[in-house]
Design a protein around this ligand. Sequence first.
Ligand code: PHE
Length: 340
Amino acid sequence: MLQKIEELRGQIRDRLTAVKSSDELKEFFTKYLGSKGAVSDLMKELGKLDKSERPAAGKLINDFKNEMMEDFKRVEADVANRERAAKYEREAVDITMPAEMREPGALHPVTMVFNQLADIFAGMGFTVYEGTEIEDDYHNFTALNTPQDHPARDKQDTFYITEDLLLRTQTSGGQIHCMETMEPPFKVIMPGRVFRCDDDATHSPMFHQMEGFVIDKNVSLSDLHGLLDKLAKAMFSPDTKTRFRPSFFPFTEPSVEVDISCCECGGKGCRLCKGTGWIEILGAGVVNRNVIRNCGLDPDEWTGLAFGAGLDRIAMLKYGVNNIHILFDGDKRALEQFRK
Ligand code: PHE
């Protein structure tokens, strides 16, 4: 028995020093130290011994087993350390490498213009109302005093979805929604996308408007002028002048086009203002009595002001963009110039 143990000890030590990986270690364990391994086999041989010799031999094998287990554990810890170190080496990160830079995003120029306008109007007590892009004929046209045979309803201008549903051509339909859902008096701005069949350097089939709408008692055209003058000065520069030109919209009476003194030349005349010194920025007017009546309010009691500004147009003027498509083509090289 002693001899067998010595032989096995030599074998086990040789093998243990040769073990290189945790896989080999596992194999080694099963072969020698596991329940069916060589050391356990020694135990089975106890049966062949004389009864009187068994206790001493049993102790011998046990001691041997414990000794081998200790050797095994030492090697096991060694292998684990070595493998961990190799893993760290493999997965090492070079912290001196330059980082991958992420470019910061920026707000779209149209968003910046709206935020600025929203700020100005919030200061005057306006709240924001957002309508829907799909509108029915009634809100987009009929209720706005735009009769059935009005040229604005032409398929050339309007994207119809069904007989009755269309992509709104203006944010003015929001006026009707406001009067249907809110108790006057109120002051709102309504920003949003609008759609018209129109496409050239200054027109895009999708563009942005912001409607301003006030319903109160005794408001007049001069209140509108005050409001829009404030808008122009805050939006462009404090010495910007505004002027009203008579115009026509079915839903306002009187109606005006609003010009600002040219933001490029200050009014002297240049290419941008085509030598006139003035640039048109929006349409506006006193809300037509018919529109107020259409919404169930008494036009002798309630009066209103409305204006509709093209946000893209204002953005183009502010940022010196001469083609509206630059705003919507999504070309980063163009858009990143508008960070401010
Ligand atoms: N909705 C008009 C347009 O699209 C602008 C406008 C709004 C005019 C409100 C008067 C009052 O051109």
